[in-house]
Design a protein around this ligand. Sequence first.
Ligand SMILES: [Zn+2]
Length: 408
Amino acid sequence: MKLVIKQLLDGSCRLGQLTELGRHTGRVIDVPGCLMYTRGASAPHLTQDMAKTIDKLPFGIQLTLPTLAENHEVIEDYKLGIGSFTSQQDSLLFLSVQDPGTTIPSGYNEKQFVSIWTTGGRMRLSTATFTTMLKNMKPDWFECLYDGDVVPGTASKKRIRKSVDRTLQYLDDCLEVQQNSPELKNIEVFGVIEGGDSHDERIRSAKETAKRPLSGFVLDGFQSDALATDVKQNLMMSVLKELPEDKPRLIHGCGRPDQVMQAVELGIDVFDSAFPYSVTESGCALVFPFSYNHQSNVDSAVLEQSTDQEKSNYVNDNKAGISRYEINLTNESYKSDFTPLLADCKCYSCQNHTKAYINHLLVTKELLARVLLMIHNFHHYFEFFETIRQSIRDDKFQQLKKIIMDST
Ligand SMILES: [Zn+2]
């Protein structure tokens, strides 16, 4: 895997492409970009045919190990790997150790094992178990095992140090197996950077990880809201300074539009798309505008096109802890709202259905509700990433950032 940087804004914000993607000759991934989040190797709630109809569907997909690990013996018997097993062989398959779409219980990692949580409960992964699963699944790209169980503000310095030490040990153990295994030799490997909220440990983790022969890096531990935005940004900046500029950087759990803009500005290249999934699970739809050719901010843009009742819902949703980028379709007032989820949206759901219908489906607990919301939320999110890239090309990144950040 190679990162080709085509444009650099303010010394850190990068526009480019990931190239030389192994068996996918001639294919590229545009960055900044996101991978498609999957559960059981499929887009949540959607058949593959439905997912393929979504505009700007990412070529890279994120396989989440906790949603696959229980079936690894079946995949071993199948022998051709997870891509063929799930008919996803045309995509670039990235395997993540944890599932960013769920909350991971704390306190279950041990010196030799990382815990993941499957539908059947806790599974303990040693380097040997993990690398055996990799050999059976045959992804194109994976991250090494890591101990990311350090809750900001709660984890002691000793625990943070231990998480960095263990993660480096897992990295060396995984690399040793990978380099001596014909099945794993050609798979791209990313190392994971830990360090919680400790500046020193973050730097140590980044410096040490950068010494290893890796295709790129993963920044973990930035998903918690317990870390203040400025602290997160300072930690992120310190880490990125220690990493080689010519290798890609992926971040976990940083999916809210304002967080994405801040991370892109600092030099993060790849994101996951668990955010639109969690919005869907809450019965919500993404409605934030990202057209940087007009001057309105999020609140005014959402409110301008809204009825009085919607304005009241929007304010109430914000009070209820729903992010400012979404509306909650379970709200009773949408019962007789016959407009699409978002005016001018070109997705299947908005072209064919109304808020009232989706409200009805949610109230009657029909599975179709989340199918329609997932289509819209993925469509909107993937368009957002395309717009980020275009804004860098147009030298309008700051205009777009202002629209996204000016929403409170
Ligand atoms: Zn839509």
